[in-house]
Design a protein around this ligand. Structure first.
Ligand code: HEM
Length: 140
């Protein structure tokens, strides 16, 4: 039976908490992983200061934990519009960033990461990417 959205968000929230207990601040490992996966992203933000990187990651974590910013007039679509137009971001960088967050959490959980966590993260990332791709198409 597919999990409810609430259950998915709770699973993600729990895994983020476990990750924070295990490794603390994940900003550096997330961006290291992101740049390793997505070489074109590093020139865009490799020199951004740590505060900026932390704020961007905090927004992404918020998007993982609430539906409040999704949909037609939501923050996510506005932010994607801005990123593609003003920062030279490519739409293909979004899955790489979300996956860098997921894989950092996954690694920190070790054997506590299982099918439930994998399913929850994969479903949530797909949902966020729907808004990302819809906005990119609207702009094209
Ligand atoms: C849903 C995903 C994302 C969200 C919510 C998000 C959010 C943000 C926010 C809030 C800022 C401004 C931070 C501040 O100055 O306070 C920012 C800046 C920026 N983001 Fe993102 N971002 C996302 C994905 C990406 C991706 C995939 C890239 C690809 C490289 C990217 C590249 C940048 C760049 C280049 C800046 C400006 C950096 C600077 O001025 O130093 N973002 N982002």
């Amino acid at each position: 039976m597919p999990s409810s959205n609430e259950h998915i968000i709770n699973t993600i929230s729990d895994s983020l908490e476990q990750c924070a207990e295990a490794v603390g601040d994940i900003t550096a490992p997330v961006y290291n992983r992101f740049f390793a996966q997505c070489g074109d992203a590093e020139p865009l933000m490799g020199h951004s200061d740590e505060g900026m990187k932390g704020r961007m990651l905090a927004q992404v974590i918020e998007l993982l934990l609430t539906d409040e910013h999704l949909g037609n007039d939501g923050y996510l679509r506005w932010e994607v519009d801005n990123h593609l137009l003003a920062y030279g971001v490519d739409v293909g960088m979004y899955p790489a960033f979300f996956e860098a967050v997921r894989d950092t959490v996954k690694d920190s959980l070790g054997t506590a990461w299982g099918v439930a966590q994998a399913d929850a993260w994969s479903t949530r990332i797909k949902l966020l990417l729907q808004d990302v791709y819809t906005q990119a198409e609207a702009q094209a």
